[in-house]
Design a protein. Sequence first.
Length: 591
Amino acid sequence: MKYSVYSNIIDSGNDVFSKMSAENVSIVPRKSQYDVNEEVSIDFYGFAGNAKDWISIAKSGSKDTEYITFKFLEGKTSGTITLPGQLPGVYEIRGFYNNEYTVRVRATIRFGQSGEAVNISTDKTNFNPNEEIRVNFSGFPGFAKDWIAISKAGSADNEYITFKFVEGKYSGSIVLPGLSPGTYEIRGYFNNEYTVRTRKSIQVGETGLTAKVICTKSGFAPGEEIIIDFSGFPGNAKDWIAIAKTGTVDNNYITYKFLEGKTSGRITLPAQVAGNYEIRGYFNNEYTVRGRCEITVENNNLGSKLTLDKTQFTPGEKISVYFTAPATYAENAWVGLLPANIQHGSEALNDQHELTYQYLSKKTSGTLTFTAPEKEGNYDFRMHDTDDNGKEVTYIAFSVLPKQDIILPSLTLDKTQFTAGEKISVHFTAPLTYPENAWVGLLPANIQHGSEAVNDQNELAYQYLSKKTSGTLTFTAPEKEENYDFRMHDTDNNGKEVASVAFSVIPKQQGPGLTLNKTEFLPGEDIVVSFTGFSGNAKDWISIAAAGSADNTYITFKFLEGKNPVQSPCRLNQQVLTKSEAILTMNTRSG
């Protein structure tokens, strides 16, 4: 059953929150702001009446299959339930039918005075010996004995050098005593316990931070790749840059990339869900942070998007740039064409380097037509929310190449029929502009083509291209005898399908075989041959030869054109023979 989804806004006194509704299903928390651990009362309406319809609480931004606590509705279509309170932060109440994981309705609530996640920060990360350390904190639950400590980096969570209670405050700042040179961690705890709720690394004294890690902008949208500039690295093959959640220890990371001996340059890290992150630079596969910067991933620019039909163009070629933009953008919001090496983020800087531009003129969607530059190289289209000291909100990269150098996406196979468990070599070509997470997936052939998101939900196996422009991927044929596709996608982040090739999994055969419907024919009569168990090569072939002649001689033949059916007819034209006998020969060679 398909469900239409739309947005509603519920106004509960002074509390305003958003929810999703499907077929008039709704969930309405009694309020949108709760104290820490306060029980949540939820009214629900329009559920299906299954015994295992259920409502859960989950962290905002988590997967729909994840939850912290839940309750079955026990066959009720409407009513009220209560769920346990939570620690400070933003959460989602989600409604589901019949023990499934498809969210039918959702609502946002907050715990804690501010509703924000627990966080500690400092005005800088490097302090002089014995310099007092000012620590800013927010999102604490308000217990009298919530506390913040300084510990040696790498020490146990219940060890500390000095500490201070925050005296029931939800947010504020404290000052802790200065320390001798070394690497330390500031840790936040609740209610006199020893569970670390948030942490921040600092350095006292000489840091050796010769490396620079530069976030190209401070804010990114969910699903947007994160571009980082770097310089001052020593050039080890395993110097590396990682992305980690803000407040985690220095040896913790979500994903990373080696710099492969480069001392400076630009890298792209995978997109992240909403939250606060730290980009960290390290030398030679070690865990000492040499440089860092912070970013926020937030939903502010989700309405801003630029897309292209392709990412490689020849000089002077027309380029269609498709855009969506919020209605709140100014009349002079604009899209510009810039060299890719211009640092991202600043509208003023982009304004100085744009090669050409067009205003959006309050349009929320449409197509802009540009002309590819004459100079070969890498470029961006970048969108800006205003022409008056605004900011860059999104971009898309492309390349200008000589016509002979343009690489189109393609997939090819050595044959189109395989048996279950057989290894399949998939040969590919892909544009250099595709990101690390461009991918090829194996899918049932009946899945509709086009949407990367749909293909992502139905893939049986996949491999990333990892910036390779050509090569061979090895897959294993599925066990089920059916029709399948290999499909290429330009990115794993709301991309599109760009190439495909079909194949079939067929029963295993005992060996090639030929059969005739009769053994005697009139002169000039066509001879129909049924064949089975061939290898599926394009140049497998069947011939007629005079009985007793050498195996490499024949009178007439026909290629099977890659067919490998259980049983299929092949029609051969009989030639005038000098004797009444002929022999049918099976050939599985090329030539």
